[in-house]
Write a protein that binds this ligand. Sequence first.
Ligand SMILES: CC(C)(COP(=O)(O)OP(=O)(O)OC[C@H]1O[C@@H](n2cnc3c(N)ncnc32)[C@H](O)[C@@H]1OP(=O)(O)O)[C@@H](O)C(=O)NCCC(=O)NCCS
Length: 205
Amino acid sequence: MISLEIGKAVHIREWREDDFDLLHALDCACFPPPIVYSRRTLRKFLRLPGAHCLVGETGGRIAGFILTHAESPSTVRRARIRVDAERRGPLRGHIISLDVDPRFRRGGVGSALLHAAEESLVSNGVDIIDLETAVDNQPGVAFWRRHGYEIASTIADYYDAGVDAFAMFKAMPRELHGQSGASSLAERRSAKRGRLGPAMTGSYK
Ligand SMILES: CC(C)(COP(=O)(O)OP(=O)(O)OC[C@H]1O[C@@H](n2cnc3c(N)ncnc32)[C@H](O)[C@@H]1OP(=O)(O)O)[C@@H](O)C(=O)NCCC(=O)NCCS
């Protein structure tokens, strides 16, 4: 269980089942259609093998959450028989969603959640983190750039016809590896799949 205090007032913890209604309400407050998740889609992502969701609280209230997915080293090894660890190529993590309650924005909640998620992903061997975000989401793009994410490409009609996304990524510095107090993904879940494409699961954002 992660319990970190980052900055002055953001308490980061693992999500719990009884957070679900609030997390979905937050998603509705953060994203317009067609980007917002239905309850069903949010549940599906939360249950993905390799998924990890952290909640940020300030003053005892949920101010935001981050949902990530990590490729599993064992899955990659199985998929690439006889390729040793050095030659396996980078392991990828993906940010499925980052949502901060509008009332708590520009207070460092998003940054605290991202730092905790990055540490957790890196401690599980992830080398590259990627994400998609709508091309017209200026605060989102500014936030990702501020945290070292670069635009790799533009994906036309990613969310829906005419709603394009930037594919963004960050190569994680080696020194982050192993610094987190997070429990390993292998302990939390046995990851059975590698990176999942949006066609199989609905769009990430
Ligand atoms: C993007 C988002 C997660 C940022 O969360 P936040 O808690 O407000 O972010 P922080 O306070 O940690 O901001 C860190 C930095 O990001 C940048 N940033 C954040 N919001 C910004 C905005 N509206 N305009 C420009 N830059 C912004 C700034 O550089 C900021 O540092 P500063 O406040 O010192 O200038 C939040 O606005 C949000 O939930 N938006 C809706 C959902 C979304 O777009 N999620 C991301 C795509 S998945």
